[in-house]
Design a protein around this ligand. Structure first.
Ligand code: NI
Length: 289
């Protein structure tokens, strides 16, 4: 029997991506699918999310979609799940912080979509060493508006974007990349419940509406190594989930002790409002409540 201690994992490193898959990630800018949760485990997380939504009278809205790991112990468990961190470590190295996390939910027959964009555009981060782990709570397939990516576009550097603030666009500014995207070259990131994909912060991606009769739910978790800095605001915050932070560029965020407690709600409100100021800087737009 093997004992998986913290030390042993750091010393031996549990690779999730093979050498060939890591090479493909560097070339293409994404990797999928990675199985994180069993169907039962992810159904449990979905049930906890949906029980909360029933209590709130509807799907998560506004800032409630952002940084759920500051509000809910189950979301905190997800963002520090060893299987996710092992995979992200294969790309970013052993010291990992969660910079953000966002639910991307499309209801049945939902016209919401995501325009083609690079995540890096308004995040203000000092380097493109940022990986998103997109965890599927439901299936996420072409029929219900799964994420689509343009292979290799992460090698193109930062591209110009225009803010559309278009109705139905799930992005903060409705930002859209100003290059011709040939949809014929796009790859559908099809995932089953409990699987995840990884993508690079400069990879051009988007998604179509959900015309199906079922919800599509995903949690996008943004990981950075601690040497990354926020360049657009006075201070930013993040949560160390593996290894060591020797840089202290981000204010440390506290883990939730209970689900949706008063202290958790106060911390979450302050932090997501600060983050919205960074994401909406230079626009007339106020942060959504
Ligand atoms: Ni994105």
């Amino acid at each position: 029997m093997t004992t998986h201690t913290w030390h042993a994992r750091n010393a031996a490193s549990h690779h999730v991506l093979s050498a060939g898959e890591k090479e493909a990630f560097d070339r293409d800018g994404f990797h999928f699918p990675v199985r994180v949760f069993t169907p039962d485990e992810i159904a449990g997380h979905r049930a906890r999310l949906e029980a909360f939504e029933r209590r709130m009278g509807g799907p998560l809205r506004g800032q409630m979609r952002n940084k759920p790991h500051l509000l809910f112990t189950w979301a905190d468990e997800i963002v520090r799940h060893p299987r996710i961190l092992d995979a992200v470590e294969d790309v970013l190295g052993p010291d990992l912080m969660v910079w953000s996390a966002n639910f991307f939910t499309k209801e049945a027959s939902d016209p919401s979509y995501v325009s083609w964009h690079q995540d890096s555009t308004y995040w203000g981060l000092s380097e493109p060493d940022v990986v998103t782990a997109w965890v599927a709570f439901s299936d996420s397939v072409p029929e219900n508006g799964c994420m689509r990516v343009m292979p290799g576009t992460h090698l193109m550097d930062q591209l110009p974007h225009v803010d559309t603030f278009a109705t139905g666009n799930l992005l903060t500014r409705g930002q859209e990349v100003q290059v011709d995207v040939d949809p014929a070259l796009a790859v559908d990131i099809s995932l089953q419940p409990g699987e995840m994909s990884l993508h690079h912060v400069l990879l051009v991606h988007g998604s179509e509406p959900n015309p199906s009769t079922r919800r599509r739910i995903g949690l996008a978790i943004r990981y950075v190594p601690p040497y990354v800095r926020q360049t657009a605001g006075p201070r930013d915050s993040a949560m160390l989930v593996r290894g060591t932070d020797r840089y202290h560029h981000f204010d440390p965020e506290p883990r939730p002790k209970v689900d949706f407690g008063d202290a958790e709600r106060a911390v979450h409100q302050r932090i997501t409002e600060d983050a919205a100021r960074i994401l909406y800087r230079g626009t007339e737009k106020a942060a959504p409540i």
